[in-house]
Design a protein around this ligand. Structure first.
Ligand code: AQP
Length: 335
């Protein structure tokens, strides 16, 4: 079987409106990675249903993530863009990995603890075993590299452990041990309402996040109302680190403009938040408006989106099917 050396798998859940965190922490990086890597970009709807999703909107959200990928600059001719639930090999390999992963490994996952909170007896089994499905998403394509936000680092470690244990148990070298790619300064974009909380699709407050579907007016309003502290902006990184809301807004500026945080501090250090926020709003609108308008155009062309996903599906199955067949043969199943 051909062993790729530079193949990426990454996924985004169609679990709500995509926000600036998803864009700066993931999708913007995918756009630069496509030059160097063979890429598999997946809309991970099986992951999304680990919590309740409204069946009336799920298909539309799935197309919206696809539109966001393309509108942000991912070339659908050069890359494989597809939907997780349309590739049955993901779920099949995930079952096999459920029998490789240990309970103790999954019990340590902090994202499960955060998401389940005090309600862990009542959340789905799927939410608990989410990381074994993520391992299957990656290893079914023998992906060598995975771009991840800070929040997914621990899940990727578990993927590496699963690959290693499978290879050891069955004395094979089938699965690569995938490397994380943690890129850019915006590894963890925080809520605009609370600098200690991650910007998230599931935050009940719309004002906590800038969405890729927001109008220019909404973006300006949200940045204007973003929580700050009463002092002028700091002029050095050490002081900035002590002020979570300022750090978040400066980080967003630096990621959108693709310049260093130091450079932003040189320009805005000691200035009032009001003038900085105005420039940040102008910058956010100028970067996001072209993406939003392209997304809207694509969302009105469902046949095009569905064609992209069909061709992504064909390519994905062509890679995934032989890997699953080989895995089953190694385990000793009848063919
Ligand atoms: N706030 C963030 N800052 C930087 N990166 C982020 N990502 C998500 N939130 C931030 C990255 O976006 C990619 C896709 O994320 P996902 O769809 O798997 O969703 P998630 O990580 O569970 O976070 P969300 O978008 O806030 O959804 P909910 O509210 O449903 O949990 C990933 O690479 C992720 O790191």
């Amino acid at each position: 079987m051909e062993k790729p050396t530079k193949r990426i798998l990454s996924g985004v859940q169609p679990s709500g409106d995509l926000h600036l965190g998803n864009y700066l922490g993931a999708i913007k990086n995918f756009v630069s990675l496509q030059k160097e890597y063979e890429c598999f970009f997946c809309v991970v709807d099986l992951h999304a249903i680990t919590v309740w999703q409204d069946p009336k909107v799920l298909a539309n959200k799935t197309r919206e993530v696809t539109a966001a990928f393309i509108a942000s600059g991912i070339d659908p001719k050069k890359n494989n863009i597809f939907v997780q639930s349309q590739i049955p090999q993901h779920a099949q390999l995930a079952w096999l990995f459920n029998c490789i992963a240990r309970m103790g490994w999954l019990n340590r996952m902090t994202q499960f603890k955060d998401k389940a909170g005090k309600n862990s007896e009542n959340v789905s089994v799927g939410l608990f075993s989410y990381p074994t499905l993520m391992a299957a998403d990656i290893l079914i394509y023998l992906a060598t590299h995975v771009p991840v936000g800070e929040d997914q680092k621990q899940h990727l470690e578990l993927t590496r452990d699963i690959a290693q244990k499978f290879n050891n148990d069955f004395e094979t070298d089938l699965f690569p041990i995938p490397e994380p790619l943690i890129l850019g300064d915006a590894k963890r974009v925080m809520s605009l309402r609370d600098g200690s909380k991650k910007m998230s699709k599931s935050d009940p407050s719309d004002y906590s996040r800038i969405m890729l579907t927001d109008s220019a007016e909404n973006i300006i309003q949200k940045i204007k109302k973003a929580k700050t502290d009463p002092y002028p902006l700091p002029d050095n990184i050490n002081d900035l680190k002590l002020r979570p809301e300022a750090l978040n807004l400066i980080t967003i500026f630096s990621a959108l403009e693709s310049i260093s945080i130091d450079k932003v501090l040189q320009n805005y250090g000691a200035k009032e938040f009001s003038s900085f926020k105005k420039d940040l709003a102008d910058l956010a609108v100028s970067k996001l408006e072209p993406i939003t308008s392209e997304m809207n155009k694509l969302m009105n062309d469902t046949p095009f989106i569905d064609d992209v996903l069909q061709s992504g599906k064909n390519n994905a199955i062509a890679v995934a099917e032989p890997v699953l067949r080989k895995t089953k043969e190694i385990i000793g199943f009848l063919s």
